[in-house]
Ligand binder design. Structure first.
Ligand code: TRP
Length: 340
């Protein structure tokens, strides 16, 4: 990765579903890598995945539309730079839909049902057999998101690994049948591939309501940290407490740069005599310091939503050129290049 020669050939693509504001889990799982890679990659793309968001929000087009701006703002506020990264909106690249249709012939229903991320999302949403077909196939559409741009490095959270695996299976089938067209894709998970939620749940997630958003006010951050899951048996200050599984310590390990002090606090906590409020106050301050510059930049950018839409529009035009190149190659390979 450090080798510049290699980095020249790296094409990065990643995206977010516009269904709500982005949170700390997105930051450590993926955004941090977006920032690093945009300086070194040959090309970098950032997609607002509105079509994917609609797969389980078909009846909420307003929500999806409004959040397009929100996720773009979150990324810009974190430092994803439109002069280095091509921002675009998925729905405005019709070639992605076309590729999805072709790729669907290469994937079985049984395989779709086995995708572990889709499986757990289906459970969470209680879909059962009544799952919208578009939702079940979104990994195929995600393969099209990646392959239209010939991207080969995908900075994503750990939960997205199954999508990358499925993309590579599609690459193999496509190349075998129609000739060498696409290359394998690698995922790059962040230093913290999966951030626990404030409630101790394994994953920070909007739908679980256990998030600290990148746009939260200091007041909200303080409240969320004060409500954080610690050790339910640590009732009195003098009681010995558990560090493992204690969300406050998990976050201190990630966000507190003073590792020695954290190690001392852990010892004290385990021995007894250290109250939750002390460690929570420390964490709240660290998170406020971390988030406030992002929030302030975001507020600044939000004053001119048209400028943000312009970034998306210009990026979409650039992305579309890549898409058209790929689709004519694909049509040729598939022998459906009739009037080209
Ligand atoms: N599925 C991703 C998420 O929920 C969003 C996404 C859509 C994506 N298309 C992508 C991520 C392509 C990486 C590459 O976060």
């Amino acid at each position: 990765m450090e080798n510049n020669e290699n980095n020249k050939k790296i094409r990065v693509l990643t995206g977010d579903r516009p269904t709500g504001k982005l949170h700390l889990g997105h930051f450590v799982g993926s955004i941090q890598n977006r920032l690093k890679l945009q300086d070194t990659a040959e090309k970098a793309f950032y997609m607002v995945a509105d079509v994917q968001a609609l797969t389980d929000n078909a009846e909420n087009p307003e929500k999806v539309r409004n959040n397009v701006l929100e996720v773009a703002l979150d990324n810009l506020a974190c430092g994803v730079d439109p002069s280095k990264t091509t921002f675009f909106i998925q729905s405005q690249i019709p070639e992605i839909a076309e590729l999805t249709i072709f790729f669907l012939n290469l994937v079985t229903l049984a395989r779709l049902k086995r995708n572990p991320t889709v499986k757990s999302e289906m459970q969470q949403k209680g879909f059962g057999e009544d799952v919208p077909a578009g939702f079940l196939i979104y990994p195929v559409s995600q393969a099209a998101d990646i392959l239209f741009a010939k991207a080969n490095l995908i900075p994503v959270g750990e939960d997205q690994k199954p999508m990358i695996e499925q993309t590579n299976e599609i690459v193999d089938s496509f190349n075998r049948i129609y000739g060498e067209t696409f290359s394998h894709v690698s995922h790059l998970v962040g230093e913290i591939p999966r951030l626990v939620g404030t409630d101790g749940n394994a994953k920070m997630s909007k739908s679980l309501n256990n998030c600290i958003n990148l746009s939260d006010s200091d007041e909200m951050i303080n409240k969320k940290v004060m409500d954080m899951y610690t050790d339910p048996n640590h009732i009195h200050v003098e009681d010995p407490g558990k560090v493992e599984g204690n969300v406050v310590f998990t976050y201190l390990d990630i966000f507190d740069s003073n590792k020695e002090e954290v190690a001392d606090l852990k010892k004290q906590y385990e021995k007894g005599g250290l109250g939750d409020v002390v460690i929570k106050k420390r964490l709240a301050k660290i998170l406020c310091d971390f988030i406030s510059p992002i929030r302030e930049k975001r507020e600044q950018l939000a004053k001119d939503p048209q400028a943000v839409m312009k970034i998306l529009e210009e990026g979409t035009q650039k992305a579309r050129i890549e898409a058209q190149k790929t689709i004519s190659e694909v049509r040729k390979a598939m022998k459906i290049d009739f009037f080209d």
